[in-house]
Ligand binder design. Structure first.
Ligand SMILES: [Zn+2]
Length: 86
């Protein structure tokens, strides 16, 4: 396991890369994500989704966000730019 340290306070009381969960009606849970739509259709558009993960410092309360598949998301973003130029 990598020994992570907080970027703000240097503490190692770090909870690394946990899902951020929204709890809705009837206790329905959804993990937060970032989505990039890659097609420009009226219906049935495709998108690439990446989980939003939190790294939490339990010393200074700092929270940093990251994603789980940066390369896939970047490719989708480039695809979207191309589609918008058509
Ligand atoms: Zn900290």
């Amino acid at each position: 396991m990598e020994n992570r340290k907080c970027n703000k306070c240097d503490s190692n009381k770090i909870i690394d890369k946990v899902n951020i969960t929204d709890v809705g009606h009837y206790n329905e849970k959804h993990n937060l994500s970032i989505q990039i739509q890659t097609t420009n259709r009226v219906l049935f558009n495709r998108s690439v989704k990446s989980s939003l993960l939190a790294t939490v410092c339990c010393n200074c309360r700092n929270v940093e966000l990251s994603i789980d598949n940066p390369n896939e998301l970047w490719d989708a973003y480039i695809q979207k730019q191309k589609n918008n130029q058509l």
